[in-house]
Design a protein around this ligand. Sequence first.
Ligand SMILES: [Zn+2]
Length: 60
Amino acid sequence: MTDACTYCGKDVYDHDPVFVEKLDVGERVEAGQFCNYACLAVYIEENHLTTGACCTLDYT
Ligand SMILES: [Zn+2]
């Protein structure tokens, strides 16, 4: 496990890091680490991670 930002590759500990985990067969697994919410937001945007994935809104 490196300290590199999943989005930009910089050392997340030089910034204000945010860590993402997801549930995989009942286990929490690391899904990414980011310098800050800005890197996370761009990563989500560029990879379309929110498309059809909102728990309260219905994107049909
Ligand atoms: Zn970054």
